[in-house]
Design a protein around this ligand. Structure first.
Ligand SMILES: [Fe+2]
Length: 328
């Protein structure tokens, strides 16, 4: 029941000063498939918790020296994600409440029903796992909202490219689906596409919104946006791969792109995808100094530059996807 679905056996630390109880608890949990370690005092338990990984702490409440409640206090601060189950000798509701307030996730009254103990342990492990997963998901959602807000701020600098990031993201995902990109890579692509032009925050408005083609000097400044974007996003440790994708979203498969002149497969896959989506979007959008090229002409351009500017097979897949999605 407990371990079959997990690839890793859960480790439980049992703390009780009474040897007979301690041994009985260890035996019961061991039989249920847990890896169990035991400590006879709170101090000993803290020592073990400092040096080893445990998934759950099962502790007696009344012990000489560090009490179960004091141990709960310390451990919930040390390992906020670890469920703590407190064994209590009496049925005092106030004591039970106190242990929950100090960070315990559950409590059991003695004598412990050995048959129910594994169920209780498993319930606490599962509940905490779900909580942690939910928090992570929420964290990712908040991050995503922040990224979209940042992307909108960049788009807002230039009325002609308003909603550009959103459209590039949509087109990138169209291509991702066409090549059946894994969900993890698809997520990386989605984040990167939203933020691909974030470095334009550092490009002067006079260049960004110039109603005419750029001079060579101005274009050199504009070209800095991909490296700058990579640096900005790279500040967030968790977004290291996204930063990499952003840095390289103007590399060409023939090595004539920027900032590093990478070639072919050396360019991150998501960067190669974004380049195609970005270029197509730029061609079909109306800009300050020119009208849209039109969908058909833009597709012909992709075709013509596939194998030099664009990844050949990705460009083919994108053209195919556009053919079957005339609404995009
Ligand atoms: Fe760009």
């Amino acid at each position: 029941m407990s371990q079959a679905s997990e690839d890793q056996v859960s480790r439980v630390l049992v703390v009780d000063d009474m040897e007979a109880i301690r041994l009985a608890l260890v035996k019961c949990l061991h039989i249920s498939g847990y890896e169990v370690m035991a400590a006879s005092s709170g101090g000993e338990a803290l020592e073990l918790l400092r040096t080893q990984r445990f998934d759950l702490l099962l502790t007696d409440q009344t012990m000489p020296g560090l009490s179960g409640l004091e141990l709960t206090d310390a451990v919930s601060r040390m390992h906020p994600d670890m469920p703590i189950v407190v064994l209590t000798g009496n049925t005092d509701v106030e004591l039970a409440k106190d242990s929950l307030q100090r960070g315990a996730s559950d409590f059991v009254t003695k004598p412990v029903n050995i048959r129910e103990l594994p169920i209780l342990i498993e319930r606490n492990l599962t509940r905490r796992r779900l909580e942690v997963a939910r928090l992570r998901e929420r964290g990712a959602q908040v991050l995503f909202e922040a990224i979209k807000a940042l992307a909108s701020a960049v788009d807002a600098k230039d009325p002609y490219t308003a909603r550009h990031s959103r459209r590039v993201t949509r087109l990138s995902l169209l291509l991702a689906d066409a090549i059946q990109l894994s969900s993890e890579e698809r997520y990386l692509l989605e984040l990167s596409a939203w933020m691909h032009d974030v470095g334009k925050i550092g490009v002067p408005d006079s260049i960004l919104t110039k109603p005419a083609p750029l001079t060579q000097e101005e274009f050199a400044v504009m070209k800095e946006h991909s490296a700058k974007g990579g640096e900005i996003v790279g500040e967030i440790e968790e977004l290291g791969r996204v930063a990499d994708v952003i840095r390289h979203h103007h590399e060409r498969v023939d090595g004539r792109g920027y900032p590093d002149g990478l070639r072919g497969a050396a360019i991150p896959l998501a960067s190669r995808i974004i380049l195609i989506a970005d270029s197509f979007e730029a061609m079909v959008a109306d800009r300050s100094y020119r009208r849209s090229l039109g969908r058909e002409a833009a597709m012909r351009e992709l075709q013509e530059h596939s194998g030099t500017q664009f990844d050949q097979s990705l460009a083919q897949a994108f053209i195919g996807a556009l053919d079957t999605h005339p609404e995009v």
